[in-house]
Write a protein that binds this ligand. Structure first.
Ligand code: G
Ligand code: G
Ligand code: MN
Ligand code: NA
Length: 261
């Protein structure tokens, strides 16, 4: 595969870049942070989204250095936002970074993360690592152990794409997660009027369970104000989606954060 063979050189040549999509507090509309989303500016094909190359990078192992690069860039960006935005305000900006299953199984994960945070002088609680539900449900203790260590240091762990797997909700108790990211499919069902009452009940139930376990709920894929209002009423904490902003360059997040300050 042409893209696969081009991947390692692409990292060396600096062809990857990161866009940031804001995470917004549903209660007051303030920007709380952003999710880092990697892209590849391919010399022939133009901008490629992660769906095009993350699976290839996982298959070849390049995801480990690529993921470390994403983490470095994102943590550095978080430090810049915090410096420019008043680092010790009540709610300093945080950064969410996706972790693939291969990275979870890589023995250097905890040390790399600690080194990157220390190098940038960023507190662990500025970082949230997103791991998909499917990567964690049924995971062996060896896979969970590094996440437990990171969580003990103060790094947040969020369960991404929540609700798409067939998770045994009781399983949540053994996972070191502090937040659920409710999959876009739930948000999309609120687009319809009237929204499917069963979906509303499901979201209500997930929120109740999450809050009873002290987990925050973030919703993805919010495209309209009506959805945001519905999700706020259902008790969700934070939202992300085109209604607030598309993924964009880091300056954009700074502008959005300043705009609501
Ligand atoms: O960019 P887009 O919004 O299309 O993201 C598609 C998917 O790619 C998201 O589900 C996200 O989890 C994944 N993704 C984006 N950036 C990264 C990354 O740096 N590492 C990993 N492992 N996945 C990523
Ligand atoms: O982590 P995750 O795989 O969910 O990454 C988010 C993905 O969802 C990215 O591909 C991003 O571009 C996309 N996305 C973000 N906001 C919206 C939205 O409001 N609507 C839709 N349809 N997609 C979105
Ligand atoms: Mn994610
Ligand atoms: Na997701």
């Amino acid at each position: 595969h042409g893209l696969t063979t081009a991947l390692p050189a692409a990292l060396d040549r600096g062809e990857f870049f990161i866009e940031y999509q804001p995470l917004v507090h549903l209660g007051d509309g303030s920007v709380r942070g952003a999710e880092a989303l990697v892209r590849w500016l391919h010399p022939q094909h133009g901008v490629l989204g992660p769906d095009r190359f993350i699976p290839l990078a996982e298959h070849t192992g390049l995801i480990v250095p690529l993921g470390r690069w994403v983490l470095e860039q994102s943590v550095r960006q978080a430090r810049e936002w915090r410096e420019r935005h008043g680092g010790d305000t009540a709610a300093p900006l945080r950064i969410n970074v996706n972790l693939s299953p291969c990275q979870l199984r890589h023995p250097g994960l905890v040390q790399d993360t600690v080194e990157i945070l220390e190098h940038e002088g960023v507190a662990p609680d500025a970082l949230c690592l997103e791991v998909t539900e499917s990567a964690l449900i049924g995971a062996e203790d060896e896979v969970l152990e590094p996440l437990h260590r990171l969580a003990e240091m103060g790094v947040d762990i969020a369960l991404d794409d929540f609700g798409t797997g067939y998770s045994n909700l009781a399983n949540l108790r053994r996972l070191p997660v502090s937040a659920l990211k409710l999959d876009r499919s739930f948000t999309q069902s609120m687009q319809r009027f009237p929204a499917d009452p069963v979906d509303l009940k499901i979201v209500e139930g997930i929120v109740a369970l999450a809050h009873s376990l002290d987990l925050a709920v973030t919703v993805e894929g919010v495209e309209t104000g009506a959805q945001a209002e519905q999700l706020r009423i259902l008790g969700c904490d934070t939202a992300q989606g085109w209604y607030y902003a598309r993924p964009g360059p880091p300056e954009r997040l700074h502008e959005l954060a300043l705009a609501d300050a």
